[in-house]
Design a protein around this ligand. Structure first.
Ligand code: FES
Length: 93
């Protein structure tokens, strides 16, 4: 799958991520940070319980929890608007 991520300086980085069944956008972000760019910033805590609400971002134009959105085909991720931006996808809730 292909993940397009809006970064801190407004540029968009595109990554090819090996896809597997059940992979979420959060899983893809973690894969990118582990294999390509350790500087990629995003927030999460519970990882898949949809309980912490830390992983919220704009995914394909909608506010969604990245740990609940399937990572298939092509996905665009951006930080929440109208929130203080800390770095990349991480905002100050
Ligand atoms: S990581 Fe907790 S709701 Fe997504």
């Amino acid at each position: 799958m292909k993940l397009q991520i809006q970064r801190q300086d407004g540029r968009t980085d595109t990554y090819e991520v090996p896809e597997y069944e059940g992979m979420t956008v959060l899983d893809a972000l973690m894969w990118i940070r582990e294999h390509h760019d350790p500087s990629l910033a995003f927030r999460f805590a519970c990882r898949c319980a949809n309980a912490c609400k830390e992983c919220i971002a704009v995914v394909d134009g909608k506010r969604q929890y990245t740990c609940t959105v399937a990572a298939v085909d092509e996905v665009e991720v951006a930080p929440l608007p109208n929130q203080p931006l800390l770095h990349d996808l991480a905002v100050d809730h």
